[in-house]
Write a protein that binds this ligand. Structure first.
Ligand code: PEP
Ligand code: MG
Length: 313
């Protein structure tokens, strides 16, 4: 029955009482982008550009980067949009031409946006290539930076992206960015919450450590509180705030995120139908009740149980 229901769910996503929700795909390269484009998605919410270069020794030329990015953008030139993330190299994703070896604590080291501090040309060339690919394909293109910690970083990044005529945003993956979301939104056009890293940094628990799974759980009330602060700032500013970490792919948690005021959910393509079908069964009021229950729960297990009961599962 469930399989039939999912096959019949064809979007666009909305709550049972008609609040539209943007469902987007996380992609890694041209082929995964093309196949995600056949799902009922409004676009791509996270193109992890570093995954194109994991086994490259040297930085690809601007021309080669442009070709790769254009292959990811072109399936969405039909009026949909793609959020391109600049290189998030370092820590769990070392890239030979970008990252340093031998850091004491790579998760807290020079990763993501921080790579551009010592090597601004790397960022400039990537942004040139993204802008060229946007021009070539005609796809609406937004660009965001990973691992942003301060409003000044967000402002510097946005200036570079705006100079190329594209929409600029930052990821909220560090608690400092969530706490200052309202000020981030004074300088950028949108925010995207990366719950994998936001959870790691809020709970001080390595996202790769399997024996800390009870801590690296996005249902942790402290993590949800940071998400709620960010969503609230977006609603106040009238600017989009999405979630693009694994949390967005959990149909139960998705209801709570929508109840907090999150405007888009970006996930692995295979999760789109289950999340869309679940959202179609609940009203905004139920989503708001789910948010309240999850935020108020003692721990992740209690939060899941409370939301499950609210949704009649
Ligand atoms: C995240 O941290 O939640 C995220 C989406 O980025 P990545 O998983 O690529 O670090
Ligand atoms: Mg991340």
């Amino acid at each position: 029955r469930l399989r039939e229901e999912l096959a019949h769910w064809s979007g666009p996503a909305a709550t049972a009482d008609g609040l539209p929700v943007k469902l987007l795909a996380n992609v890694a390269d041209g082929p995964s982008s093309a196949s995600a484009g056949t799902e009922p998605v409004q676009g791509v919410g996270l193109f992890r550009t570093e995954l194109c270069f994991l086994n490259r020794k040297d930085e690809p030329s601007v021309e080669e980067q442009t070709d790769i990015y254009a292959s990811v953008l072109s399936p969405y030139s039909d009026g949909r949009y793609v959020v391109v993330r600049t290189l998030d190299a370092g820590s769990d994703k070392p890239i030979a031409f970008a990252t340093q070896e031998g850091e004491e604590n790579p998760a807290l080291g020079v990763r993501g946006l921080r790579l551009s501090f010592g090597n601004p040309g790397l960022m400039d060339r990537q942004l040139d290539a993204v802008a060229a690919a946007a021009g070539r394909t005609g796809t609406e293109t937004w660009v965001m930076a990973p691992m942003v910690a301060t409003v000044a970083e967000a402002a510097d990044f946005a200036a570079k992206v705006h100079a190329r005529g594209l929409k600029a945003g930052v990821m909220v993956e560090i608690p400092s960015a969530a706490l200052l979301a309202h000020r981030m939104l004074e300088v950028v056009d949108f925010l995207s919450i990366g719950t994998n890293d936001l959870t790691q940094y809020a709970m001080a628990a390595d996202r790769m450590a399997t024996d800390l799974a009870h801590l690296t759980d996005p249902w942790q009330p402290a993590v949800l509180q940071l998400i709620a602060i960010t969503a609230h700032a977006g609603a106040e500013a009238g600017k989009p705030v999405g979630v693009c970490g694994e949390a967005a792919a959990d149909p139960l948690l998705a209801t709570a995120l929508i109840g907090m005021g999150i405007s888009s959910l970006s996930m692995a393509a295979r999760a789109v139908r289950p999340v869309g079908a679940q959202l179609g069964k609940v009203t905004l009021e139920t989503c708001e009740a789910a948010a309240e229950a999850a935020l108020g729960a003692a721990d992740p297990m209690a939060g899941r149980a409370a939301v499950r009961e609210l949704l009649g599962h």
